[in-house]
Design a protein around this ligand. Structure first.
Ligand SMILES: Nc1ncnc2c1ncn2[C@@H]1O[C@H](COP(=O)(O)OP(=O)(O)OP(=O)(O)O)[C@@H](O)[C@H]1O
Length: 616
């Protein structure tokens, strides 16, 4: 719901979600092609040489015919002609290879850049866009770049040069007639240009509908079990099929416009010829042009047909590429985590920046300090309102409170998944905003409420935050997360594959793998967000003992719903509607705070006491 709220807000994205302003698609294209300009230049050069080899052929053929008619020995001329044929064919092949290669490289570079930016993008930026659409932009739109940009750019350049050179030659013969030809061609081109523009808009529309199709398909695949249990197969299929039909209709519009492009260009060229022919005839009649000059002029005009038609076709192709560039550009401008130094939506009262530098830390100073922390995801909807608390270097701090009171939000701010206001979260006396993200997240381990397990083996998942960790650290993390007995009983042990999203595991096993993953980097503080919620009594007991052991060496902050976890905490913070309403020990809070007393009575799930920890 929150993601939808962010998306629907549309018009005014908050500072950390806003991408820098867009440049025009042509400028973006030039920027994308710049690293590949050598390849493109080489392709154009080969094309020019190929054209030269083709243009010389009529002359050589003429000579050959002359020699043969005069019954002269023509082997030399024949060899020259064969060499020209071979050269032209070789150059054409090479040019096509280099254009293809350059196009593929452009796609690779763009995809790499996008992937890097996507994984480093801020969470708000991600939540503004549907995943299926991002996927389509990365896969389908970048594919369009290959032919639509590199090929069309090279063709436009090459045919542009050919057309310009021919026009110059024509101008030498008769400037008036060539001006007439030029004006006619430009008038004819205006129709094609207008069509090409519409092709671009239609392509953009098609691609965005393909994105919607991808998003809906992804939504359906992710919830396939829910769809089955809700008997919603047909409804879901209809919904996705409707998107497919919309993409088809938009695609058909592009096809129709594309089909119009060639006849429009042809009609323009033919019409131009008719006008030039008529003007030429008049000029011949008036003696301004000889019949020979007019014949040569017309010959050149015919030479123009092929390049002009290619030019217009390439223009249509380029417009399709530009449509994709506009969509890809959005990903290239995704705001990055490191750029996001302002709160997503400042809420009133605006938090004041720290007035004095952070106090020097001593071994007894708290490890984490939260000072007057205000935060809201949406403007004027505060979630945390002036939260202050200290986390000592060792021991267990429990955060309790009704659902929606802001407990998970607090954890997200401590790890800068969301940017806290300046001076409101200090780690070892340093504002977390000044600590490089990589360092911060290796010092603060955060096990989320619904931690992901990824396709791969158990060991790959546990090592995920630190792939090169020594084996004994992995073994220790496995033991601390109460996974040892279970892993030892598996035929493949740590090498067992877990399936996509850890499908072959139980909820509890997934949670413990997530805890082990966060223990491997040996963080100073471990944040646990309701990690015992999916565990049975035995596993919970085992994990509770493990948490107690972990808390002897480092700080642990746990959002807890189990009374057993809360009771064992050294310090308990009671959060209500984004405000810390009480803090203290279990006994103190039970005696002094009505909400805490109510939570203990009604909300905290009691777990039957067990005599000794056992692993499940
Ligand atoms: N990404 C988000 N965008 C907008 N609002 C959000 C977002 N995440 C949480 N919220 C809102 O912020 C408030 C606090 O949510 P939070 O998840 O921090 O509460 P919580 O105390 O952890 O709840 P629970 O115990 O149910 O997990 C809720 O009103 C929630 O709807």
């Amino acid at each position: 719901m929150a993601e939808r709220a962010l998306r629907d807000r549309g018009g005014e994205p908050a500072a950390a979600t806003a991408a820098p302003p867009a440049a025009g698609p042509l400028r973006v294209t030039m920027r994308l092609l710049r690293p590949h300009r050598l390849g493109l230049a080489l392709a154009v050069l080969l094309g020019l040489l190929g054209s030269a080899a083709a243009l010389v052929q009529p002359i050589v053929i003429g000579q050959l015919v002359g020699q043969l008619t005069a019954q002269r020995f023509a082997v030399g001329t024949l060899l020259v002609l064969i060499t020209l044929f071979v050269t032209e064919a070789t150059l054409a092949g090479l040019q096509s290879y280099i254009i293809g290669r350059t196009g593929t490289h452009v796609v690779l570079t763009v995809r790499r850049t996008i992937v890097t930016r996507l994984v480093r993008a801020t969470l708000p930026a991600h939540w503004l866009h549907r995943r299926g659409d991002l996927f389509t932009r990365l896969v389908a739109d970048t594919s369009l770049l290959r032919t639509a940009l590199t090929q069309s750019m090279a063709v436009l350049f090459l045919t542009g040069i050919t057309v310009a050179a021919t026009v110059v030659l024509m101008a030498v013969i008769d400037p008036v007639l060539s001006l007439t030809a030029l004006v006619c061609v430009l008038v004819a081109a205006s129709g094609s240009v207008a069509l090409a523009r519409r092709i671009r808009i239609a392509t953009e529309d098609t691609q965005s509908r393909v994105g919607e199709l991808g998003s809906d398909l992804q939504r359906a695949l992710a919830a396939v079990t829910t769809i089955k249990l809700s008997r919603a197969e047909q409804r879901e299929a209809d919904r996705v099929n409707e998107r497919a039909a919309a993409a088809h209709h938009a695609g058909m519009r592009t096809v129709r416009l594309n089909a119009l492009l060639a006849p429009t260009a042809d009609a323009g060229v033919q019409g131009s010829f008719a006008v030039v022919f008529a003007v030429g005839a008049v000029r011949m009649g008036s003696g301004a042009l000889t019949i020979g000059e007019f014949a040569t002029f017309l010959l050149y005009l015919f030479y123009l047909i092929a390049p002009l038609v290619s030019f217009f076709a390439a223009m249509g192709q380029l417009q399709q590429g530009l449509a994709s560039v506009s969509r890809i550009d959005l990903l290239l401008r995704f705001p990055q985590e490191d750029d996001a130094t302002v709160p997503v939506a400042p809420v009133s009262p605006a938090p004041a920046p720290p007035a004095t530098p952070a106090p020097p830390t001593t071994p007894h100073a708290p490890l984490l300090r939260v000072r007057d922390l205000h935060f809201g995801y949406l403007p004027d909807r505060p979630v945390l309102r002036g939260v202050s608390l200290d986390v000592p270097r060792q021991g267990l701090v429990a955060i309790v409170g009704p659902s929606g009171s802001g407990k998970s939000t607090l954890f997200g701010l401590l790890t800068r998944l969301w940017e806290p206001p300046p001076g409101s979260v200090l780690l070892d006396g340093t504002d977390v905003r000044e600590i490089p993200l990589d360092t911060l997240r290796s010092r603060i381990g955060f096990v989320e409420q619904e931690s992901r397990v990824m396709d791969g083996t158990i060991e790959e998942n546990i090592r995920y935050a630190e792939p090169d960790a020594p084996a004994d650290r992995v073994a220790e993390a496995v033991a601390q997360a109460s996974l040892r007995d279970w892993v030892d009983a598996l035929p493949d042990g740590l090498g067992t594959a877990v399936g996509e999203e850890g499908r072959t595991l139980s909820g509890g096993q997934r949670q413990r793998i997530a805890i082990a993953r966060m223990l491997v980097p040996d963080p100073d503080v471990l944040l646990l967000d309701e990690v015992t919620s999916q565990l049975d009594a035995e596993a919970e007991f085992a994990l509770r003992s493990a948490v107690a052991e972990i808390a002897e060496r480092r700080a642990v902050v746990a959002v807890a719903h189990r009374l057993s976890t809360v009771v064992q905490a050294d310090h308990i913070v009671v959060l209500e509607k984004g405000v810390v309403r009480a803090q203290g020990t279990h006994a103190h809070l039970l005696a002094t705070d009505a909400l805490y007393e109510r939570l203990v009575r009604t909300q905290f799930t009691a777990v039957p006491a067990l005599s000794a920890p056992t692993a499940s």
